[in-house]
Design a protein around this ligand. Structure first.
Ligand code: MRU
Length: 365
């Protein structure tokens, strides 16, 4: 997608095949900084510190991290070490494990001297597939937005509410929850997005607002607590969010606060859709209760980072000094609150049967 009229992806190989470049998301929205990853450890650190984040992008970064590991040492021991180090970076997004397993499977039976080339080819393919998959999600979600537009009686824009950042910055391109929005925008549908700020790290206010703004999509940042009120007043036509891991029964883990939006949507009869690529489905987990929830540092809750009027970036303390803070980073929305799952293969019910109708090859487990 575009920033200042220039097309970007979030990650790409660079230096004539010796490194990987990323958009450093810890610097957005105030600075557009491209960071360079030269080792698997760089890739692991970029994921842990959330220079890259969002389930699909975490997976793509891990894939390139395995390639960087191969450039240094393509022996079995080094690759196993890189795999384990990358897997330990963030626990909830299943795309991480998926991408690492894809990489290991494609390299395992190759002679060490062939592995670096094969690893780059597979990592590039994972990135390209992610972009194509997300675009397909956009096409299917577009139909839901068209239906919402047709349901609107008084005219005006279709109002979509989203939580966190599940746009192109969270993937390689297009995004998951925002891909339908971009498709609707391209199709000339009058659309407006309510952007939850998404405390504590503010991925909505910082990243979703940044990418929608640069693409020219009308949007408004709201405090996380405003969504229920807007739904009660009929100002939300549908909710679309992403997910970091979808259990085999259709329960979805996503950024903390998603569950509260689903409850409010259910109470107000607002459709609540979850957009995801196949790599986000964890077929080994029967329900959301088994999804590991990342616990992050309390300082993300007690402190905030932002730009002063003069342009300097500062971190300030916002809570009572000394008060402890808890920071669960994700929550689980039960399938019963989800109107449908938007995948690259189409839209299905949030249930085992629904998922199997789109992915029948998984019926045997
Ligand atoms: O902690 P983050 O910023 O990595 O969390 C991201 C989300 O929760 C997204 O909604 C999710 O990864 C879906 S991304 C397309």
């Amino acid at each position: 997608m575009k920033i200042e009229g220039r097309s970007y992806r979030t990650i790409w190989p660079s230096c004539g095949g010796a490194a990987v470049d990323i958009i450093d998301q810890t610097r957005l929205p105030h600075e557009l900084v491209i960071a360079r990853l030269e080792t698997a450890e760089d890739a692991a650190r970029a994921i842990s510190t959330m220079q890259v984040r969002g389930a699909p992008l975490i997976g793509a970064t891990a894939a390139y991290g395995m390639w960087l590991a191969c450039l240094a040492d393509s022996g079995d021991g080094a690759l196993d070490g890189a795999h384990d180090r990358l897997l330990a970076t963030r626990p909830t997004a299943i795309n991480l494990r998926w991408a690492l397993e894809e990489m290991r499977a494609s390299l395992r039976n190759l002679a060490p001297e062939s592995r670096a080339g094969a690893a780059l080819a597979r990592a590039n393919a994972i990135a390209d597939e992610d972009a194509a998959t997300c675009e397909a999600i956009g096409g299917h979600g577009l139909e839901l937005i068209r239906e919402a537009a047709a349901r609107r009686k008084g005219g005006g824009p279709v109002n979509v509410l989203t939580h966190c950042n599940a746009g192109w910055l969270a993937a390689v391109d297009w995004g998951t929850a925002l891909a339908p929005v971009y498709k609707a925008f391209e199709a000339g549908i009058d659309i407006h997005v309510w952007v939850d700020e998404t405390r504590p790290r503010n991925q909505g206010a910082a990243l979703t607002a940044f990418e929608l703004g640069h693409h020219g999509v009308a949007h408004t940042v709201i405090a996380d607590n405003a969504g229920g009120h807007l739904m009660q007043r009929g100002e939300v036509d549908l909710v679309i969010v992403g997910t970091d891991r979808t259990a085999a029964n259709g329960d979805v883990a996503n950024k903390i606060g998603t569950y509260l939006k689903a409850l409010a949507a259910h109470d107000n009869g607002v459709p609540f859709y979850v957009a995801l690529p196949h790599a986000t489905i964890d077929w080994t987990i029967a329900s959301g209760a088994d999804i590991p929830i990342e616990e992050r540092g309390g300082e993300e809750v007690t402190h905030m980072r932002g730009r002063m009027a003069g342009g300097d970036m500062v971190e300030i303390e916002i809570s009572a000094p000394g008060s402890p803070a808890a920071n669960p980073a994700f929550d689980v929305t039960p399938a019963r609150l989800v109107s449908g799952l938007i995948t690259e293969r189409g839209v299905c019910a949030a249930s085992r049967e629904g998922l199997l109708s789109l992915y029948p090859e998984r019926a045997d487990g």
